[in-house]
Design a protein around this ligand. Sequence first.
Ligand SMILES: [Zn+2]
Length: 110
Amino acid sequence: MKCYLCGKGKLEGMQVEHKLYGLVIGKYPAEVCDSCGEVFYDEKASEEIERDTKAKGLYGLSAKARVTQIGDSLGITISKPISRFLKLKKGDTALIRPESGRRIIIELTD
Ligand SMILES: [Zn+2]
């Protein structure tokens, strides 16, 4: 079976450790490309990943946010689920730096 993504590599069935936000969700059967490394889960594995992600309270943590004006600076609101996941509270400190032209890294320093 050829890779659905690169079309070059051969797909090999194996157990893959699935991670989200740096946390291990579990191990699931998948097909992995021996060329580009892309991982393909079947429908059953995808459903298990979704179920286990929800059980760990990590489902839907990605959220769109709008840039707002705060005095002379700009602000981006951090949603309640994300702040809960990060145990983030008012007064915490963070180091903010651009990683590229379209990506910002916010590193909590507490
Ligand atoms: Zn591939």
